[in-house]
Every structure is written in C-alpha cells, then in structure tokens.
Design a protein around this ligand. Structure first.
Ligand code: C2E
Ligand code: CA
Ligand code: CA
Ligand code: CA
Length: 273
C-alpha cells in the first residue's frame, strides 16, 4: 500500500487489510471477540429534500494488534459461514442500541439507526426477542431502528424471514433491502416481502453520471419504489453531480463520502449534536 492509500483508508475509517496471513479467520474472530478488538462506527444519512441529518448506518470495524485492520467484507462472510455471526451479531445489537440510546439522550432527536443483519442471524437466533429485549430494557422508540438485509440474505429462507419481518414491522421497526439490484431476485423479492425501503447499490450510483444504462436503471428503481410506496436511499455518493441527479430522480435519502464518512460515536456526537 502506498502512503496515500494508507492515509485515505484512515480518513474513511475503513479497514483495508494489509496482512496476507488471515488463513485462520475463525481464530482471529474468536480472539477479537474476547479482547474487544471490534468496534462500531456510524455513517450519517441525509434528507435529499432539506439536507438534514436523518440518522446513521452502523458499520463494524476490527482492529487486531497482530493483524491490523480487517475489513468487514472479509470477516463478516467468514463469520456467517462459521456461525460466529450469531455471537458477533448479538454484540452488534447491544453496542448499537446502547449508542443509539446515548445519541438520543444527548439530544439527537428523531434519528434512525440502521443495523446490518445477516440471514444466518434470522435463521439461527431468535433475533426478534434479542432486539425487543434490548429495546424494552433501554426504552428506545422502535421508530428509531432500521434493519438492513441484502437480497442474497433474503432468498435463503423466505418463509421464516417473512414471519420475522412481520413481527418487527408490527412493532414499528423498519426493514430495508440493502444493495438493491445486485442480486438475482430483486423483483420477485418485492412481491414476497413487505419492506419499507430500498438502498440503491453503490455500483449503480458509481455509473449514474457516465453510464446511460446505470442512469436508466437508477431512475427505474426510484420510480418503482415510489409507486410501491417505499423509501429509497442512494448509497456511495462521492460527488455533487451524482447527488444532484439522484435528487432529481426523487431519491429521498443520501449516503456517501461526499456527505459524511463513517466515524466513531464520539466524533459523530461532537459533529451533529
Ligand atoms: P454495506 O452494508 O453495503 O455498507 C456500505 C459500505 O460502503 C461500507 O463499507 C461503507 O463504509 C462504504 N461506503 C459508504 N459510503 C461510501 C462512499 O461514498 N464510497 C465508498 N467507496 N464506500 C462507501 P464497510 O464499512 O467496509 O462495510 C462493508 C460491508 O460489510 C457492508 O456493506 C456490510 O455488508 C458488511 N458489514 C459492515 N458492518 C456490518 C455489521 O455490523 N453487520 C453485518 N452483518 N455486516 C456488516
Ligand atoms: Ca448496509
Ligand atoms: Ca449497501
Ligand atoms: Ca454491500
């Protein structure tokens, strides 16, 4: 990695792993859980209409003293496969809901925090009771919580997943589809599940200025979401032009480095209070 790549990585609160010796990720994750090498960062989301802060997406980070930063794109899929996501996911819920409680206490009223959930968590845990127990204990309004699932996660166990979604939505917790458009079942998915909103994947946003097809796909996704009464977030917005186009198309929420990078709870509190 060059110095400028390392600086960029630090700036984005991202973890690009510099070590090639991650063969034993199961062990590394176990050690990281025991020694508190995991932490959560929060990336802000904004209203397209009035540029106000709407809330945050919670993103996990792993800093191992031995291996340095490990990207969630590496260890989350591994934890899903090994089953460690069950314990790790429980920790994520607890940490994020504690932070959400503190955001609310410090005066960030009406924010919504999104939590990424893996399909394995839905299949193997009583995720509904796990979250509702914390919500009740911490007295957090359920309207402040959003769960994000990827399309691939959704096709794995549709019956169970639909039941769990229903239970959450009855309690006022929103369900969103992440990385919309990248899976193979995007449309049939929307027939099968009642979801509150979609996140247009960054890969479409990347090409929206320069690629006609990406522009067409984005505008079709937004139009469809609107007709179905769903909200829509565009993620990975990195420049003004992308933001303007997505705004004109009718996207309601914006997320990306242009507007705010993932940052610690403390940094966000200082900035947005
Ligand atoms: P995701 O859910 O699609 O999250 C968005 C990713 O895009 C994050 O990467 C975020 O830092 C990055 N990002 C946001 N805006 C921009 C931008 O303008 N430009 C660029 N280049 N990137 C941007 P991150 O934090 O590395 O997370 C990667 C993936 O790991 C996530 O993708 C999600 O699938 C997974 N993940 C992260 N945290 C969690 C978690 O707490 N639980 C679960 N189950 N998965 C997680
Ligand atoms: Ca996400
Ligand atoms: Ca995403
Ligand atoms: Ca993703």
């Amino acid at each position: 990695m060059t110095i400028s790549e390392i600086q960029n990585t630090a700036l984005n609160n991202e973890c690009v792993n510099t070590s090639s010796s991650l063969d034993n990720l199961t062990n590394i994750i176990d050690i990281a859980m025991k020694n508190q090498h995991f932490s959560m960062v929060y990336q802000p989301l904004f209203s397209m209409q009035n540029s106000k802060l709407i809330g945050f997406e919670a993103l996990i980070r792993c800093r191992s003293p031995q291996f340095g930063c490990i990207s969630p794109d590496k260890f989350i899929p591994h934890a899903e496969e090994s089953g460690q996501i069950v314990e790790l996911g429980g920790w994520i819920f607890q940490q994020v809901l504690l932070d959400l409680k503190r955001f609310l206490q410090y005066g960030l009223k009406d924010i919504v925090v999104s939590i990424n959930v893996s399909a394995v968590q839905i299949a193997n845990t009583d995720i509904f009771n796990q979250i509702m127990t914390l919500v009740n204990k911490l007295k957090i309004p359920t309207r402040c919580i959003k769960l994000e699932l990827t399309e691939t996660a959704l096709i794995q166990n549709p019956k169970v997943i639909a039941k769990v979604f229903n239970a959450f939505q009855k309690e006022g917790i929103q369900i969103w589809v992440d990385d919309f458009g990248t899976g193979f079942a995007s449309l049939s998915l929307l027939r099968e599940f009642k979801v509150n909103g979609l996140k247009i994947d960054k890969s479409f946003v990347d090409g929206i200025v320069t690629c006609n097809d990406d522009f067409t796909l984005c505008s079709a996704i937004v139009a469809m979401a609107q007709r179905l009464g769903m909200h829509i977030v565009a993620e990975g917005i990195e420049d003004e032009e992308q933001l303007q186009i997505l705004n004109q198309l009718g996207c309601d929420t914006a997320q990306g480095y242009l507007l705010g990078r993932p940052a610690s709870f403390e940094d966000n509190l200082q900035r947005w209070r």
